[in-house]
Design a protein around this ligand. Structure first.
Ligand code: URP
Ligand code: ZN
Ligand code: ZN
Length: 487
């Protein structure tokens, strides 16, 4: 009888902390052995000349999700997870969005029905909370955390989603007390609305004015306010899709003070600029996302912040709306910038872009690549007992990368349900050629090997505050003297 179901031989294995040569023995979906000269596999993969890396963990993507304005993403859990798999990912954590008036329990049920039968890779969700009622805060969110859905996103902008600062304090405290991690979309709502009004009143409605209407100051103010609120109640807070140097620096400063503050950026802020919004006709609408694309300096700033660790996560923010009347052009063929669905696709290209432009061009190490595509997300989102590393006992979630494989990006070459990619024509070097989830080959030789429903729901651990300063700043001690439950 074979010792292993699968042996991967001769590859260069890399984790976030080390690179080494080893064979990997896989049994019952888990890594059972790391060694040299391993034999006894029912199947064998020769990975000579390849990198053998932890499967990607994509923790910011919008799949089969209605926006607050009613637009449905073009990807469902089948096409979204297939596209993720072709991009080297073995786990996705999309959003399960509450719309006002909906109970959290109903939202979870809805997304269970959407994801379970369709996802080809492992999945969990973050909730989106727009209606923090007493029931949601006291019972429903703690119940979701207990079920392993231990993170959720709130918005400091968008009239249909925004939470007030007072609600934010309630939310942060509830999450802190129950082992949840709050994620936040940080932009100043009033500033954006003021700019949108002034621009549209003057007829400045082309897509390029989307960036003008969401200035850096809007993000920076909201990040600083979010840090102040989270610090006051000593709660963890993760700022998603950071697009400014000053926002990332505020996060870095807070971390230096021992605050439980985290940050994420996305490929669009590293590889595109606001000039892309100025393409002919309505085409700039393909590049409308919030926060908006910035400039060339921001691109280098983001590489620096990822290398320095001020930002820990690099996610696609895949928010797929087609360039037709179902998506970007739902308000007509030449919509004003404030009526174009926000977001762009990118789940398949997230890791290949970072590999090609980062690892292959010497901007980041292979180990930082692993940290940014898998390990850091596993740690932050409570999956690091089984995902995000190549280690004995861990799930056999592995992407085998050919560092020399050249790929020209085309919309037709993507596996999502989109009709464009923002990266059309890009020449990338380095590609995941074999992807394995819990020991099963899911992508191999350019072909999908997995079936709808093969992915499993992942119950995640509570947020782990280990490594941050002990709680209670001096001013808090005074306040807590008034009663143990005040904070
Ligand atoms: O424009 C974007 N990023 N759309 C997706 C929703 C969000 O706020 O992340
Ligand atoms: Zn957002
Ligand atoms: Zn998003």
């Amino acid at each position: 009888m074979a010792d292993y179901d699968l042996v991967i031989r001769g590859g260069t294995v890399a984790n976030a902390c080390a690179t080494f040569t080893a064979d990997i023995g896989i049994r019952d979906g888990r890594i059972a052995a790391l060694g040299l000269g391993l034999t006894g596999g029912r199947e064998t993969i020769d990975a000579t000349g390849k990198y053998v890396l932890p499967g990607g963990i994509e923790t910011h993507c919008h799949i089969e999700q209605e926006s607050a304005t009613g637009a449905m993403t073009s990807d469902d859990y089948y096409t979204g997870s297939v596209s993720a798999a072709f991009g080297g990912n073995t786990t996705i954590v999309p959003f399960a969005a509450q719309h006002r008036g909906q109970s959290i329990a109903d939202v979870v049920r809805l997304y269970d029905d959407r994801a379970g039968p369709k996802s080809v890779i492992d999945y969990s969700y973050h909730l989106i909370v727009t209606d923090p009622t007493e029931a949601a805060l006291k019972d429903e969110l703690p119940a979701a955390f207990a079920r392993g859905i231990t993170s959720f996103k709130v918005f400091m902008t968008y009239d249909k989603m925004i939470v007030s600062d007072e609600q934010m304090l309630d939310i942060l405290k509830m999450a802190r007390d129950n082992g949840g991690l709050t994620m936040v979309h940080a932009e100043n709502n009033a500033l954006i609305k003021w700019m949108v009004r002034r621009l549209t009143e003057r007829g400045y409605t082309q897509p390029k004015y989307h960036a003008v209407s969401h200035p850096a100051a809007s993000e920076v103010e909201a990040v600083r306010r979010g840090i102040a609120l989270a610090s006051f109640v000593e709660a963890p807070l993760l700022f998603v899709h950071i697009s400014t140097d000053a926002g990332a620096r505020a996060i870095a400063d807070a971390r230096m003070d021992g605050r439980m503050i985290f940050g994420e950026t996305c490929p669009q802020y590293m590889f595109l600029t606001a000039n892309d919004l100025d393409r002919p006709g309505a085409e700039g609408g393909k590049f409308c996302c919030s926060p908006p694309l910035r400039d060339v300096k921001t691109q280098t700033d983001m590489w620096r912040h990822l290398n320095a660790g001020s930002l820990q996560l690099y996610s696609s923010d895949h928010a797929p709306y087609r360039f037709d009347e179902t998506g970007k052009l739902s308000a007509g063929p030449n919509p004003p910038f404030n009526r174009i669905a926000n977001g762009m696709p990118g789940i398949e290209l997230r890791a290949p872009l970072l590999f090609s432009e980062g690892v292959n061009k010497g901007r980041i190490s292979l180990n930082t690549f692993v940290a940014l595509t898998a390990t850091n997300a596993a740690r932050l989102f409570g999956m690091d007992d089984r995902k995000g590393a190549i280690a004995i006992g861990y799930d056999a979630d592995i992407a085998i990368w050919d560092p020399d494989k050249a790929v020209e990006v085309t919309a037709g070459g993507m596996h999502d349900n989109m009709d464009y990619t923002p990266f059309e024509g890009w020449e990338l070097k380095g590609w995941p050629v074999t992807v394995i989830n819990r020991g099963r080959r899911i992508v191999d030789g350019g072909e999908l090997k997995a079936r709808a429903g093969d992915g499993e729901f992942l119950a995640r651990k509570p947020f782990d505050p280990t490594g941050f300063l002990p709680p209670r700043a001096p001013e808090m001690n005074t306040a807590t003297n008034f009663g143990a439950d005040l904070f």
